[in-house]
Design a protein around this ligand. Structure first.
Ligand SMILES: Cc1cc2nc3c(=O)[nH]c(=O)nc-3n(C[C@H](O)[C@H](O)[C@H](O)COP(=O)(O)OP(=O)(O)OC[C@H]3O[C@@H](n4cnc5c(N)ncnc54)[C@H](O)[C@@H]3O)c2cc1C
Length: 420
């Protein structure tokens, strides 16, 4: 008899899990309150980041800390009023970012990133979504000599250590290859292996369509109605209650709404981000990110998408437009862009875990309940790779990646006794 599962959440992570489960012969219902791929997996930079072998650490460098504390840069912002609420989790993030502990996160993260392209490839093929994907990489650009020197050194290190390819572009080469750039930069690093997607939400929707075509069901419902039955799990949906033997929580930044209600306290927090599209009829050969300035320039279906760096705040706190305004100003200095497409910028939340690794595995206190969230800056990249891992674990197969670094039981902070 086919095994059955409820997948809660229709972002890149949930849809990819659902797709992998259906390939394994499961009867799968995906429960989503809206439409698949309309939240965080819609508003991101659309990069499938093969180069992102190092997760973002909390800075330990004093200069950087001072810059952040006094809000001198645009790449990181925070809301004063939210600090008391988020400080304990940030302290844990800082602690896990020490050079010794960070090595553990990097090893676990790199083991996933290594598979991001091949796992997307299978899904792109099944979904007939090749038209949404460009395979030319993206370019990191620099505005100071020091930034360029450090960036080039990092690129050489990544090539040596992780086999990640790149091209180091001196200022003249960069200017020649990207004539639309109005400002002369000090150089660039073109990461040549990543992919870029011109409509990230549409890619998730295509994956969701492939899931339905393979026999999956998508229903509207509120995941917070999840309840435990003697034989499995049930959730209330617009089509009535739907039940299955197993349930996966893949609610991205909303995962804590459900896990906390069920008694699990993980060190989850969000880094919010913003984007806005601008009318633009120019051309960039590659998407560009000026990481130091905290601005990304991304040619997309709706126009040039300009995104920001990270904002530490409560998920549901009111927006603060400072970073997106500054990113717009910086973008206008680099490209001849027109007016904004939307009246109001988009805001979303990267779902982060204090030790920089996603949480993937079965709940210690509930049989058949699975966790799959916390992909932070790279959930769009990693959804298919961790979706496969999660599906293999659920089915009891030998997983293709060692799941130990991502096990929920690595945290002892829950009310329940987690097994280590
Ligand atoms: C500005 C920005 C740029 C980024 N750039 C990149 C990038 O270039 N590459 C990359 O890999 N990552 C990037 N990210 C991160 C990436 O977008 C996220 O890690 C990823 O989208 C998380 O996917 P998810 O499926 O976990 O969450 P989501 O996409 O948010 O999906 C969660 C789903 O759960 C649903 N849901 C929530 N509550 C309920 C409920 N009660 N009942 C039913 N459904 C519910 C939501 O509607 C949503 O569809 C970026 C993020 C931001 C903010």
């Amino acid at each position: 008899m086919a095994r059955s599962a409820l997948v809660l959440g229709g972002g890149m992570v949930g849809v990819s899990t659902a797709w992998h489960l259906i390939q394994k012969g499961y009867d799968v219902t995906l429960v989503e309150r809206g439409e698949p791929g309309r939240e965080t997996s819609y508003g991101n930079a659309g990069l499938i980041q093969r180069e992102a072998v190092e997760p973002y650490a909390f800075p330990h460098d004093l200069m950087k800390l001072v810059q952040v504390a006094f809000k001198r840069g645009n790449d990181v912002n925070y809301r004063w009023g939210d600090l008391p609420a988020i400080a304990p989790k940030l302290a844990e993030y800082w602690w896990n970012s020490s050079p010794r502990r960070y090595g553990v996160a990097r090893t676990g993260f790199e083991a996933l990133i290594r598979h991001c392209l091949s796992e997307h490839e299978s899904m792109v093929e099944a979904a007939g979504a090749a038209d949404l994907v460009e395979k030319q990489g993206w370019t990191q650009i620099f505005r100071t000599e020091k930034g360029f020197e450090d960036g080039a050194a990092r690129a050489r290190y990544f090539a040596r250590e992780f086999g990640v390819d790149s091209r180091i572009l001196d200022p003249s080469t960069l200017a020649r290859e990207e004539p639309a750039l109005r400002r002369r930069m000090t150089g660039g690093v073109q990461w040549t292996t990543p992919w870029s997607v011109k409509d990230p939400g549409a890619l998730v929707q295509r994956y969701a369509e492939a899931f339905v075509k393979a026999g999956g069901h998508i229903v509207h419902g509120d995941a917070r109605t999840l309840a435990n039955l003697s034989s499995g799990w049930t959730v209330q949906t617009a089509d009535g209650p739907v039940s299955a033997e197993q349930a996966v929580i893949a609610l991205g930044p909303w995962s804590s709404d459900l896990t906390e209600a069920m008694g699990y306290r993980f060190p989850l927090f969000v880094k919010r981000g913003y984007h806005r599209h601008f009318k633009w009829d120019g051309k960039l050969n590659n998407p560009m990110i000026d990481t130091d300035a905290g601005v990304a320039l991304l040619p997309m279906a709706r126009g040039l998408r300009v995104t920001t760096g990270a904002e530490f705040a409560r998920r549901d706190a009111p927006p603060c437009w400072r970073q997106i305004r500054e990113s717009e100003r910086l973008a206008r200095g680099m490209l001849d862009i027109g007016e904004g497409v939307e009246a109001t910028p988009w805001i979303g939340s990267r779902p982060c875990v204090a030790d920089m690794l996603p949480i993937i595995g079965e709940a210690s206190g509930h049989t058949g309940l699975w966790f799959h969230f916390g992909h932070a800056h790279q959930g769009f990249t990693l959804g298919p790779a961790t979706g496969r891992l999660c599906a293999e674990l659920m089915k009891g197969e030998t997983p293709y990646i060692d799941p130990l670094p991502y096990r929920p039981g690595r945290f002892r902070t829950g009310r329940r006794a987690f097994t280590i």
